[in-house]
Design a binder for this molecule. Sequence first.
Ligand SMILES: NC(=O)c1ccc[n+]([C@@H]2O[C@H](COP(=O)([O-])OP(=O)(O)OC[C@H]3O[C@@H](n4cnc5c(N)ncnc54)[C@H](O)[C@@H]3O)[C@@H](O)[C@H]2O)c1
Ligand SMILES: [Zn+2]
Length: 422
Amino acid sequence: MLPLAAGQISGVVLQLAYRKKGCRSQRDMGAKIHKSCPLKGLCRNDIPYTLAAPQKFRNLKCFCKAPTPALHLPVLSLTPVHPLHLHTAFTPEVMAPLTAQPISKYVVVIDARVHSLHYTRIQGALPPHTLHLVAPGEQHKTLATCERIWQFFYDVGLDRKGCVIAIGGGATTDMVGFAAATWKRGVAFALVPTTLLAMVDATIGGKLGVDFGQGKNLVGVFAEPVGTFISSDFLVTLPERELRAGYAEVLKHGLVADAAYWQQCSSGLPAGAGVLETIQRSIAIKSEIVEKDPAEQGIRKVLNFGHTLGHAYESALLGTPNELLHGEAVGLGMALEAQLSVQHAGLAQHQADEVVNTLRKLDYITQPVSTPWATLAGFLMQDKKNVGDKLNFTLLQTIGHAGYDLQVPLADVQKLLAPHLL
Ligand SMILES: NC(=O)c1ccc[n+]([C@@H]2O[C@H](COP(=O)([O-])OP(=O)(O)OC[C@H]3O[C@@H](n4cnc5c(N)ncnc54)[C@H](O)[C@@H]3O)[C@@H](O)[C@H]2O)c1
Ligand SMILES: [Zn+2]
């Protein structure tokens, strides 16, 4: 089913927007004029609350009439307000909801590879802006790169009424979002994801940050963009390996939350309109989970399935010839954690086998390269999800349902990995 061919993506433009419970103007204020609406000018009666929105929030209208300027949300707030726009092609209409707002200045920070592949095509669809390129890849998702981004913000005089548009994969959107959310205590930012992984996962849910030392995403904040603008036509140039990596997060959504979706996804990424439908369904699953628990105090942890061992291998192999993409590491982590789930979460053995076999069939790495235990154990003990020195896992109870905060002794992990340890 992979990869996509140019021209396969067509069809109607879908606009997808959802608003969270936090908008009092939608939920509680009825027809009253609400002068201090937390959405401020972002309240738009003309945006349909459709698709990803849970049923109860669909077709709700904001009754806020206050003509306060938009995009001055407290970006570090944990009240998620996250308009999503899903399209097949990046046309000027895609950014229209953003450009309708009174913004003092737009700056675009873009992955250099995406710049060379797509900038000429998309330039005219972006609002007038100044441009800054960041080097592609996880190794540049650092505070050092952030410093250069902040220097650029300083040089162009980006003030609190400005807006940063981040264009690239998850490494870029995580880092540029973080740079924006911390610049002058937070300026508005919009995300334009260009990889499958960033479309279905990284730009949904408000987690932003950079790697630190050898640990992944150790420095970061929760903050919501003023909009996420997804256009599936960016995927035409995405290498098959990157598509497969992104698809691992799609499979994860099925495994932790929707057995039927897992079954459907088990045959691989569909072509044509099916791509957009898959993106849409994955976003809906993640959004629904994040909405219940934006700060990851509980249920949101199910999204970490595959990530404890995945992150350990991703970090351990970074910079080696066996380096894994994030999604590849998650695929490996899911295969290993499915096996751990049998003993520690009651997953039926045949379901664990189904997970591993499907991942193998879809060309994921399911057996790790030999790695020193001390290296892995070091990363495992640093995992943000641990409490004290306990290893906290998210594991499958059945396909379609995950449990979280499941404590697994380090020795059991070592036993599972024993055939693959140096
Ligand atoms: N914030 C979150 O909730 C969250 C969730 C999942 C992953 N992430 C983060 O996302 C990152 C991984 O994201 P990613 O896989 O998008 O990685 P990435 O940003 O490194 O992009 C992968 C590669 O694809 C290239 N690329 C991007 N778009 C392209 C296109 N349209 N055509 C051709 N090449 C293109 C990039 O230059 C890069 O080389 C990790 O840093 C991970 O921690 C964050
Ligand atoms: Zn992930």
